[in-house]
Structures are given as C-alpha cells and as structure tokens.
Design a protein around this ligand. Structure first.
Ligand code: MG
Ligand code: ZN
Length: 329
C-alpha cells in the first residue's frame, strides 16, 4: 500500500480529521524510511517507486533501471516468475510513475505509451486504474486493448462492470487518464478496486503480490491543499482497511503501508482533536527529504523496524517471499 507523498504530517492530519479513526494505526510494526534517490537528495516518484519495487536506487525520472540504464527486476516480476498472482491498483493512470515502477523499465517516466506496452510483457493478473488513452489512443496507433483481449484479459471501463468480474484476468481501465479527485466524485473506486483485486488474486493457492497506490495524496501536497491531502489520505486508509481486514481473516498475508516520499513539507502548527480540525502549513510545492513512516501487520511484519532505506522494503519482501535472485540483479 503506497500513499504517494504521504508523510507523517499527512497521516496525522487525516488522523485528526477522522478523530482517531485511521485504520493504518492498527499496524503494530513501524519503521522510518529514507527516500533519497541515486541522483538527488529529494527523490521523485519514479526513482522512489523503483527503489521500493526493485531494491535499487536510480536517477530521478527513471523507472525500473539503474542509472546506467540496466533494467532491473521488480518484486512483481519476481512474483510472476514464481507463479504467484500479481496486481496493481492506482488512482492515477497505471502508466504513472508509481505503478509503472512495478511493471516497466524505461529511461523516462514520460514514456507512458512504452510503459503501457510493457504491461503486455508480463503475465500480471489484475490491474485497475486510469490510463486508458495510453492503451488505445496511442501515437503509434497500436490498440493494446485488442492485445489484452487476445491474452484473455477481461477488459472493463467502469466500476459496475469491474464488480461483475469474479474470476480470471482483469484489466480495468476506468479513466482515459487519471481518476478524478475523491472530492470531485471518484467515490469508493480505490477501496472497491482493492477489494476486487484481492478477491481475484487470492483465489489461487500459491499466494499473491498486490500494490495499491493512493496516488493523489501527492497532488494535494503539490497544490498545498490540505483538504485535498486529507480527503485522499482518508480514502487511501479505506483501501488499507480492506487489505488489513483481508489479512486478519486470512492470517498468511503481510500488509505494508508506506509512502514513496513526503510532498509539500507539511507541518501541523495547530489543530483540535475534539472537532477534527488540523491546521496545515506547507513549506514547499515539491517533495521533501523528510523520511516517511512505514506501517506493517501480519507474518514477517516484525522485520520492518528502525531507520531503514527505501530499498530495504524490496529486500525484506524478497526475503519473506523466499524468492531466488536472477543473475545480474
Ligand atoms: Mg504515484
Ligand atoms: Zn509528486
């Protein structure tokens, strides 16, 4: 579970607004995560996503590659190679930096059409989010929807259609680009999508890897818009609740909730828990270097503690899954 741009202040602003109803606080194991990239003290979401997904720091803007452009294998691809079911869910285009880091290797995050094409290089079982235009309205005129259908994906474009799918592979491309803001009518897309992805992926016996992103907490930070940050963090927390509820029932599932970096340099100089009103002050319109919290619950969650690096998230997931390294990685 990745809340893009969700630092401790974003989380605590949402905690204050909900008056202590934030579900991610159920997690008993907590770490602090350093987020700097190979090129910069302040990371972007491409380098940060790559660090979490592959265990390698890279240059800001690059996805799934080392700074010298050597492609590296993501935890999702390792899961595929080990016959686990895999999925991605986001409230942005699925070709945006965070989900892209789990599926693609490109020199620039801007290569969104190339990223869409690389969804077809893997056997990912479920992906739900925006970015339809990168699949069927491309400068190269390829129609990747046809390619997905040919590979036995059920392709849907609305949430009700998505909810009808009860088995098999699913590509739910619900928006031409990004999902709308929660405050502008996205509804429960993120928690419904998380629930649907878990239903589909957990039907197999070998287990699964799923990455769910609350993509727009970051955008609230860039806009220095506290309400946007809070609404998106609460919405992300609802998706965390779906994951934690499943994990608690299932007993064999580790849930990791973290962020790729902090956005906005947010502080909370005042507030009131009795009326749920935090005050927010932003110190930048960009990302900051402030380490981000990581919350974990379930088998292996005790491995996440202390002051860790974002690449340690991959390394610990990899160890807990018991995968074996590819040559060159
Ligand atoms: Mg993102
Ligand atoms: Zn950002």
């Amino acid at each position: 579970m990745i809340g893009d741009g969700m630092g401790l202040s974003q989380m605590y602003a949402a905690y204050t607004a909900t008056q202590d109803k934030l579900v991610m606080t159920r997690c008993p194991n907590i770490a602090l995560v350093k987020t700097f990239s190979d090129s910069d003290y302040i990371t972007d979401s491409a380098a940060a996503g790559t660090a979490i997904a592959t265990g390698h720091k890279t240059t800001n803007g690059m996805i799934g590659m080392l700074p010298d452009k050597t492609p590296v294998t993501s935890i999702l691809k390792y899961a595929e190679d080990n016959n686990l079911a895999t999925g991605l869910v986001a409230t942005s285009a699925l070709t945006h930096a965070t989900p892209a880091s789990f599926i693609a290797s490109v020199e620039s995050r801007k290569e969104v059409e190339k990223i869409a094409l690389q969804f077809l290089y893997t056997d990912i079982d479920v992906f739900i989010g925006g970015g339809l235009d990168n699949f069927n309205n491309r400068t190269d005129s390829l129609n990747l929807i046809d390619s997905l259908l040919f590979r036995n994906y059920q392709v849907v474009k609305t949430i009700p259609e998505m909810m009808e799918i009860t088995r098999g592979k699913l590509a739910a491309l619900l928006y031409t680009n990004h999902a709308p803001k929660y405050s502008e009518g996205r509804g429960d897309m993120l928690s419904l999508s998380t629930s649907k992805a878990i239903d589909l992926l957990s039907s197999g016996q070998k287990g699964f890897f799923l990455m769910v992103e609350g993509s727009q907490i970051d955008w609230g930070g860039h806009d220095n818009d506290l309400d946007y940050v809070i609404n998106e963090t609460i919405d992300f927390d609802k998706a965390c609740e779906v994951a934690l509820d499943f994990a608690e029932r299932n007993g064999e599932t580790l849930v990791i909730i973290t962020a790729d970096h902090e956005t906005g340099g947010l502080s909370i100089p005042a507030g009131d828990l009795t009326n749920g009103k935090p005050e927010g002050k932003f110190s930048t319109g960009d990302h900051s270097a402030i380490p981000v919290p990581l919350y974990a619950k379930g088998p292996g969650s005790e491995e996440f503690h202390g002051f860790i690096d974002n690449t340690d998230i991959f390394k610990t997931m990899f160890k807990l899954f018991g995968f074996e390294k590819h040559a060159g990685n």
